[in-house]
Design a protein around this ligand. Structure first.
Ligand code: ZN
Ligand code: ZN
Length: 569
């Protein structure tokens, strides 16, 4: 017995020694300290940070102190929310510019709204397309967060939703596809070399970079590296704020020493928070910034420009094809602090030139395309530096897409008279009443208080159209900014099933037409869409998707019609 005990103690000790030796031998090399100077017009910062206000473990102040220790100049906080919290104004804390943003969970993935000047008038939620429209109307910018997350329900699903920016890498997503053994080993190595060990979990996200390149061809799309720092370990997002006693690793400071987004400014930051906030946000959202995996080497700056004739443009710019001189464009890039680094120029996702320390390439033949620089550093599985693109090509104007072009009238209309027998449907805690006045029908509603738990109020019209329709049309207004869910119940085969499409209303009466194929199932999901179908009823619904419990208001509708385009017999 004693012999057995001694044997197992020796075996355990030997195993521990072997493990320690393995971890020491496989420690990633320390970040290379570069000695070149980085001018003050390059301001490094971190984007996508959670605090105790959502599922992070640090306060804004503690996190700013960590960023100051890590040498950062700005932070972009992105606590989970629906946009109804008043955004904090830009402020300097511990010498670090703190900018407030919000990460919104849409039905199609997470979306970061940057630069919202005021709280949203109602909860921002629902389809990504609608949330983006709301963010744009409020003057903000929408970023598709972790679009290719290994977790399917965190992935970006919105087809054709035109986000303004994209996270080309998200540190929180990068470790989710590792094996538990690799994660545990990285966790142990992180006790010795935190940032470097986190960076060993990064790989070049080819799919997301292709997504970005494709999107940037048709519209300006800026890219950001997201630390997605929570300083806690969890497999789930969107859970309740954690108690601060949870394992607070990796620390905010380690994350800030891993991945950095550097903005390129005309002059150094002034120290005046409001002005600096606008400049940093402007640089991020117009693509005048680049990402650095700082755990490989630091500090560094990237210069990237295209010139032709007497004109030179920097990253973030778009050049129309007519502005390209006959001799073509020359692309120049350099990382002055790292003469050994390898630079690659990509056009539309294809490598077209490389250089060591710097790069110069004259484009011949076709000039149009999305041009980006990636810089690799020995030992990195992920690009060390990734630029924003310079885009050459004809920039499409605004318009197009759903709601862009006016729709021609259909061949038949069915009026839904305001004198129709409108019904009120609601849950027991909410109230609703209907009034017909002149050519308008209105719904006065108040949703029941408390947490969202199915509160709703709806104005419902039975539909007597004899055959199928392909669109719903009406003029709507509201006493306050409101997102109204227009719903239909189909008759026949899918009896009672509701389809939904939300629209924005405010005090200005606006005509709205929704094609049946734009409706989405109100419950569950299916890729099928009705095109022409007989309706059982038409509903105008205020529910907790976009109306806060305990709030109320009034909406007015007129000229409610159902239309259909029949093929000539
Ligand atoms: Zn997220
Ligand atoms: Zn996040």
């Amino acid at each position: 017995m004693r012999g057995f005990l001694r044997t197992s103690v020796i075996a355990t000790a030997a195993l521990a020694a072997a493990l320690a030796a393995f971890l020491i031998l496989t420690l990633p090399p320390p970040a290379v300290a570069l000695d070149g100077r980085v001018p003050g017009t390059f301001a490094p910062g971190a984007y996508h940070i959670h605090t105790v206000r959502s599922d992070g473990t640090g306060t804004v102040d503690e996190i700013a102190a960590a960023a100051a220790r890590a040498g950062l100049r700005f932070l972009v906080f992105t606590d989970h929310g629906d946009g109804t919290r008043s955004p904090d104004p830009p402020a300097y804390r511990h010498g670090v510019l703190c900018l407030d943003a919000v990460e919104i969970s849409t039905m199609d993935g997470h979306l970061v709204a940057l630069g919202l000047p005021a709280p949203a008038p109602y909860p921002l939620a629902g389809r990504a397309r609608d949330v983006m429209a709301d963010v744009h109307r409020m003057g903000g910018t929408a970023v598709a967060a972790h679009p290719d997350s290994p977790k399917p329900d965190l992935r970006w699903q919105a087809q054709g939703a035109a986000y303004d920016g994209i996270e080309w890498i998200n540190a929180d997503s990068e470790w989710r596809d590792e094996t538990p053994v690799d994660l545990a080993a990285a966790g142990l190595r992180a006790l010795v070399r935190p940032a470097e060990s986190i960076a060993t979990l990064f790989a070049r996200p080819g799919r997301t970079l292709r997504r970005w390149d494709t999107a940037a061809r048709s519209r300006p799309v800026f890219g950001l590296a997201a630390v997605d720092a929570h300083a806690r370990i969890s497999w789930r997002e969107d859970e309740e704020p954690r108690r601060r006693t949870t394992l607070a690793r990796p620390s905010y400071e380690s994350m800030f020493e891993t991945l950095v987004q550097t903005v390129v400014l005309d002059t150094a930051l002034s120290g005046e928070a409001g002005e600096d906030g606008a400049r940093v946000l402007g640089a991020l959202t117009s693509g005048r910034s680049f990402s650095i995996v700082r755990a490989l080497a630091w500090p560094a700056s990237l210069e990237f420009s295209a010139s032709g004739g007497d004109r030179t443009v920097q990253m973030g710019h778009r050049l129309a094809e007519v502005d390209v001189p006959p001799a073509g464009l020359r692309f120049d890039a350099a990382v002055p602090q790292a003469p050994g680094a390898r630079l690659t120029l990509w056009r539309d996702g294809v490598q077209i030139a490389t250089g060591q320390g710097d790069l110069s390439h004259r484009a011949t033949g076709r000039q149009s395309g999305v041009y980006r620089i990636e810089v690799s550093f020995p030992g990195g599985l992920v690009p060390w530096i990734v630029s924003n693109p310079i885009v050459v090509g004809d920039v499409p104007g605004p318009g197009g897409g759903p709601g862009g072009a006016p729709q021609p009238d259909p061949s038949e209309w069915y009026e839904v008279s305001v004198d129709t027998r409108w019904d009120i449907e609601k849950d027991p805690s909410s109230s609703g009443s209907q009034v017909s006045e002149g050519d308008e029908v209105s719904l006065e509603y108040a949703l029941g208080p408390g947490v969202p738990s199915g509160q709703y109020a709806a104005l419902v019209a039975p539909v007597e159209a004899p055959a199928g329709v392909d669109r719903v049309s009406f003029v709507g207004r509201a006493d306050r900014p409101t997102r109204l869910a227009v719903q239909v119940r189909l008759a026949g085969q899918q009896e009672g099933r509701r389809w939904r499409h939300s629209v924005y209303l405010d005090s200005a009466a606006r005509p709205i037409t929704i094609r049946l194929q734009e409706f989405e199932p109100a419950e569950g999901s299916t890729s099928q869409r009705p095109v022409v179908a007989p309706l059982q009823s038409l509903l105008f619904v205020l529910d907790t998707v976009n109306t806060a419990p305990g709030t109320g208001g009034r909406v007015w509708l007129s000229n409610v019609r159902l239309g259909v385009d029949r093929l000539e017999e």
